[in-house]
Design a protein around this ligand. Sequence first.
Ligand code: ADP
Ligand code: MG
Ligand code: MG
Length: 208
Amino acid sequence: AATIGSDVLVTWLRLADAAIAERADELTELDAAIGDADHGTNMRRGMAAVVEAVDAGGPGGADALLKKAGMTLVSTVGGAAGPLYGTFLLRMGGALKDVGAIGSTSLADAVEAGVGGLVARGKAAEGEKTMLDAWYPALRALRGHPEDIVAATRAAADAAASGRDATEPMIATKGRASYLGERSAGHIDPGAASTAIIVDALARAVAG
Ligand code: ADP
Ligand code: MG
Ligand code: MG
């Protein structure tokens, strides 16, 4: 497939909600090791609210959909991850304004805008043991398949999973885990783990 419509993005949000709910305990356990044991609970609550908001609203374009989802995350999730993912979706939606059929390059541009939002909000860089360590590899993988959005999103999901795993030896220098200093090493970052779940949901939605 060369392009997707906003219906696929609705499917993405639904699949992400289901996968986050299924793996919420795992995310909370990761956060128990280097944070405050709420990442799974935060994300499950936020994604459930997103699906509720999407169900309540009529059909809209990708821009309106992702802005609504982002606003919902910002307002329902306390903690770092809600505003971060919320900003990601707001910026991603903004980048898809006026884009009709979404191809691999438009999607990569939108994800890049989302990552820009994460950086603007969280002031982190790659290698600081955050969700960015899953998003950046995912974005590079997307760019590697400009003609094929199915291959691009599958490669992005695989890259996000590798990025998640690569956070294990890292020492956190941003967010709550940074309070542990060197003792943060030896644990996977919970936000990188939730990002891998969300990008995998995107690949499954796009594959249809
Ligand atoms: P909190 O730490 O407030 O309890 P969560 O547990 O929901 O929030 O989310 C923690 C995750 O947020 C971390 O695992 C990390 O991936 C991400 N995170 C925290 N601070 C930043 C930041 N400054 N930039 C990017 N991601 C961050
Ligand atoms: Mg936490
Ligand atoms: Mg918290």
